[in-house]
Design a protein around this ligand. Structure first.
Ligand SMILES: [Zn+2]
Length: 266
């Protein structure tokens, strides 16, 4: 049935009533020969058209059908835009317009569906990234808390006593473990001024050496302050004292204010 192939792409348009007279006559002549394959194809195409008219979005019209519809609609629009040519009777039956409307609905639906899907994928990715981030943070916090606990409990840790007796100063406790690092902690610590931070300093024994900047932080909402320095910039033996000053956000290379706390190391 070789000559059936030439009719196949006409059949959907035939079902839509969108064939030109010659094509239509040729197809009908072929159908009149009793070709059951083409008759079946016409039946299927009519079913598809009826589904399109009901705007069922799960029915995807073929590209040939889409092209044919658009061609028909364009031709119709052109003939109507010529004011002197009176279109005798619209070549496009009502149900074809319904099919076009369904096609448009289908296109909008699938575009919307794709966007929706892309949004959902993006949101899922964001959620996964947030979870990973939070998990990483939690693990880091856990590791820091463990180290803090070890420094505080290890009998070889050295307690850093507050050097001053200033009632205005911060009430802090510090411990230094030569293996694990330094922990400075305290409660009821007031927030530094806006855009300022509490910065820790290591003050060397060498009178010519400058204080070495270390970590910066803020007390939490409950006024709890914890500083953990895993790798102090100076050894315990070479350090005279620890100090905390209030510095502009981002920290300073050297202290710019009077220390709020000083702890004597040795
Ligand atoms: Zn045939």
């Amino acid at each position: 049935m070789k000559n059936c192939d030439q009719f196949r792409e006409l059949i959907e348009a035939y079902a839509l009533g969108a064939l030109d007279p010659e094509e239509r006559a040729a197809l009908e002549a072929h159908l009149a020969t009793g070709c059951s394959d083409c008759a079946k194809a016409v039946e299927e195409a009519r079913w598809l058209v009826s589904q399109l008219a009901y705007a069922a979005p799960e029915v995807a019209p073929s590209d040939i059908l889409k092209g044919r519809l658009m061609q028909t609609v364009r031709a119709e629009a052109q003939s109507q835009s010529k004011p002197h040519v009176m279109p005798a009777k619209s070549a496009i039956p009502f149900w074809l317009w319904a099919a076009v409307a369904a096609l448009v609905v289908f296109s909008i639906y699938s575009t919307w569906n794709t966007r929706q899907l892309q949004n959902e994928i993006r949101e899922a990715n964001d959620r996964a990234a947030t979870l990973l981030n939070e998990r990483q943070k939690t693990e880091e916090q856990l590791a820091a808390a463990k180290r803090e606990a070890m420094i505080l409990m290890d009998p070889s840790s050295v307690k850093i006593a507050s050097a001053g007796h200033d009632a205005q100063g911060l009430q802090l406790e510090a411990k230094w473990n030569s293996q694990l690092g330094v922990v400075v902690m305290g409660d009821k610590i007031p927030m530094p001024s806006p855009h300022h931070v509490l910065q820790l300093w290591f003050i060397p024994k060498d009178p010519k050496a400058k204080p070495m900047p270390s970590m910066m932080t803020w007390p939490d909402a409950n006024g709890k302050l914890v500083m953990l320095v895993s790798n102090p910039p100076e050894s315990m033996d070479d350090t005279k004292a620890l100090a905390i000053t209030e510095e502009p956000e981002g920290g300073s290379p050297g202290p710019t204010t009077t220390p709020r706390w000083v702890g004597g190391v040795s």
